[in-house]
Every structure is written in structure tokens, then in C-alpha cells.
Design a protein. Structure first.
Length: 307
């Protein structure tokens, strides 16, 4: 990576690293939250809260004029982003997460970097060099090790999560196109706003909408907590993605996997060497893809920022 490119990507990399950390905690916590409510209701409630928060940022800050300046094609693309990124895959993912384990769901989710890399090479002309291939292989081995004894039982829930991953892979390519002209916050808002509308339409059509009125206090608490995590995820992801190649950004998200695995192991009261080695392979893969100097600089700044 050249010095100029590294300097340009620095802010974006910091944001994407933050997204990865948030993702690691979010997948683990969402497993408990989704178990306490209808997955579709849970998904809609979280998404609409995040859409409102993002709308507040846009309306009260400098992005208001950019919103009014959107043309018809941009509105259409934001709607498509909400359809393929903010509604359909959310419904699929959280329904699937309710039917499978958190670690297994995280494993399937993290294979997204493979699909994104292929799509980015075809549609965005992003180059997949030797370092990316070597690092990607180590990443794949790392996520495979999270399966412990490799007794991967691919069930209905896993199929739903995989389908969601395919939708999100396509969404990231479309988002990268939109981010050429729009801010990350605006793209995030479009995704969550239109996604929330579409999910609500689904709830109405399937007769589930009245369940929104029967949510109890514990369920609302989980929704509030996971909404904060989701807000942090989308605001850092889209603002970071604006400055980072999408194939690189999605590999960084794999840092969330060791976090989810560690949290799951601690919750179960059992940590095994295989989990540690998995995390080592993932970190090594990222070192190769990003470069050791860049990785050390980004993680160092991230630690200082989070103190």
C-alpha cells in the first residue's frame, strides 16, 4: 500500500475497525435480544430507531441540503439499498439467528468478504493482489476454526443467514457507488429509512404489526441496547466505506468474529486453544492484507481514541 493511499484511507480504516469491534459484540448480544421477541418485530423496532437517529443527524447538521439536492436516480438507488440491504436480509438474518447458534451465525456472516471481493473485482474493478489472496486464505482458515470440531450442521437457519449475506454483499457494491457522490451518513439513513418502511409493510401484510403494541419492558430494553449498537455499526461502516475499498473493508469486519467467539466461550464458561489460534490466524491475515505498519498505526490510534 503506497503512503499516499494509506494516508487517504487512514480515517476510513479507523471507522471500519470500529465497525468490526461493534459487530463482534452486536452479533453476540442480538442472539439474546432476538430470543425475547418475534425476530421480525425485533428487527423493525431496531431499524426504525436507528433511522430516526440518522434522520436527526441529517436534519440538524450540514447534510440537510444534500438531502434536498438528491435527484430521482439517487432516491431510487437509496430505495434499492433499503430493499436489498435494510429490509430483506435483516428479516432473513434475525430469523436465521433465532434458529442457529451465535458462533455459527457469525461464521456464515463473516464469509461475506469472499462474495464482496468477487463482486468488487467485477463491478468496481478493485484489484485482488497476492497479499489479499494469502491473507484471505488465512482469514478463511481462521473462521473455519470457530466451528470447533468442524461438525457444521447446515440447517434452515444457516441457509437464511447465507441468503442474507448474499444480499448484503450486493448491497455493499451498490453503497460504494452511492458513496462516490453522497456522504456516509446519508447513505446509512437511506438504507435504514427505506428498509424500515419495507419491513413495516411486511409486518402489516403478514398480520404481525399489532405485536408491536404488546412489547414488554425487558423486550424494549433489549431493543434499545441493540439499536445503539446498530446505530454505531451503520454510522461507522458507511462513513468508513467511503474511503476504503469495499473488499478490504469487509475483511476488516472479520475482527468481529474472535470477539463474538470469545464472548460465547466466556458465557459458556469454556475457552479452548482453538479459539485463540483462530483469532491469531485472522489477525495475521489482516496484517498481510493491510500491511504491518498500517495495522499497527490504526490499532494504536483506535486504542487511544477508546480510552
Amino acid at each position: 500500500m503506497s503512503l499516499c493511499l494509506y494516508v487517504y484511507m487512514n480515517k476510513g480504516l479507523l471507522l471500519v475497525f470500529s465497525t468490526a469491534i461493534i459487530s463482534g459484540f452486536s452479533i453476540f448480544i442480538n442472539k439474546f435480544g432476538v430470543a425475547m421477541a418475534n425476530p421480525s418485530i425485533f428487527t423493525f423496532a431496531k431499524n426504525v430507531i436507528v433511522a430516526i437517529l440518522l434522520a436527526a443527524i441529517i436534519l440538524f447538521f450540514k447534510n440537510r441540503r444534500k438531502l434536498s439536492a438528491l435527484n430521482k436516480k439517487q432516491w431510487l438507488k437509496l430505495f434499492l439499498l433499503g430493499l436489498i440491504g435494510g429490509s430483506i436480509p435483516f428479516l432473513l438474518f434475525f430469523k436465521g439467528l433465532a434458529l442457529t447458534g451465535a458462533a455459527q451465525g457469525a461464521f456464515i456472516h463473516k464469509t461475506m468478504f469472499i462474495f464482496v471481493a468477487i463482486l468488487a473485482a467485477v463491478f468496481l474493478k478493485e484489484k485482488i493482489n497476492k497479499n489479499f489472496l494469502i491473507g484471505g486464505l488465512l482469514l478463511l482458515l481462521g473462521i473455519l476454526l470457530t466451528l470447533k470440531n468442524f461438525n457444521f450442521s447446515f440447517g434452515w437457519g444457516d441457509a437464511l443467514i447465507l441468503l442474507a449475506v448474499l444480499f448484503w454483499s450486493i448491497e455493499n457494491i451498490l453503497a460504494k457507488y452511492l458513496l462516490r457522490d453522497l456522504s456516509g451518513s446519508l447513505v446509512a439513513w437511506g438504507r435504514m429509512f427505506f428498509g424500515s418502511i419495507l419491513i413495516f409493510a411486511y409486518l402489516v401484510l403478514t398480520g404481525q404489526a399489532p405485536q408491536l403494541l404488546s412489547l414488554n419492558l425487558p423486550q424494549l430494553g433489549w431493543i434499545a441496547l441493540t439499536s445503539v449498537l446498530l446505530f454505531g455499526y451503520v454510522i461507522t461502516w458507511y462513513n468508513g466505506l467511503k474511503h476504503v475499498p469495499v473488499s478490504v473493508a469487509t475483511t476488516i469486519l472479520l475482527l468481529g468474529l474472535p470477539i463474538t467467539t470469545a464472548l460465547t466461550a466466556v458465557n459458556a464458561g469454556k475457552i479452548i486453544p482453538q479459539d485463540i489460534f483462530s483469532g491469531f490466524l485472522i489477525l495475521t491475515g489482516l496484517l498481510i492484507i493491510l500491511g504491518i505498519k498500517a495495522f499497527k498505526s490504526i490499532t494504536g490510534k483506535l486504542l487511544i481514541t477508546n480510552r
